[in-house]
Design a protein around this ligand. Structure first.
Ligand SMILES: [Zn+2]
Ligand SMILES: [Zn+2]
Length: 201
């Protein structure tokens, strides 16, 4: 594992579903640096975890607005300064595993074992701009062979990606005919939920 990970690279639908709630919990506290109110497309979470060999683990995370992150935090992440400053604060020498365990450690120089008293600091960056993607994507229709689904002799338009994501994480879902049902259910008129219709359940 790299010492710095950009979590949004995962492009995971799970992260995308959970992210607005994670930001919502701290939105009013605002950006750690400028205190501006955060929304899920303009928030970046930086999580630090420090493991002191033979000692304690420390974890901390902060949310920043995109502007403060780009201007003040990203340069510290990229230069390694953010990890170095954690090691200074904890008073332990910084350690990282050798980048290529097949050719390293060089005997007597680098060891894959974290030495006692050293600290390994890893950084995770979750960038709301990447996690959520552009706003337009929310209104894109779900990829489906047709724009309409025919049920009971009527045509119903296929939902948008934004709707689908809400249904996946709310638990409640629309049936084809617009009734609210459980994601894996049918309504009292017999229409299946969109999650069933689209083969997601
Ligand atoms: Zn800010
Ligand atoms: Zn119905």
């Amino acid at each position: 594992m790299s010492e710095v990970q950009f979590m949004a690279d995962l492009e995971s639908v799970i992260l995308r579903g959970a992210w607005p709630g994670m930001v919502g919990m701290v939105a009013l506290d605002g950006c750690k640096k400028c205190s501006s109110i955060l929304d899920c497309r303009r928030a970046v979470e930086v999580s630090l975890s420090a493991h002191v060999q033979g000692g304690r683990d420390v974890r901390a995370s902060d949310m920043f607005c995109d502007e403060c992150f780009d201007k003040h935090i990203l340069p510290l992440v990229e230069s390694g300064e953010i990890r170095a400053s954690v090691s200074r604060n904890l008073g332990h020498p910084l350690w990282a595993p050798p980048p290529d365990p097949d050719t390293l450690p060089l005997p007597g120089i680098l060891s894959e074992e974290q030495p006692k008293g050293s600290v390994r600091v890893t950084v995770e960056v979750t960038d709301g701009r990447e996690v959520m993607g552009p706003e337009e994507e929310d209104s894109e229709p779900v990829p489906y062979p047709k724009e309409y689904v025919t049920w009971g002799g009527e045509e119903f338009p296929v939902p948008s990606m934004g709707e689908l994501e809400r249904w996946v994480f709310d638990g409640d879902c629309e049936a084809l005919d617009g009734c609210i049902v459980e994601g894996d259910g049918h309504c009292c008129h017999g229409a299946p939920s969109w999650l069933i219709q689209l083969g997601m359940i």
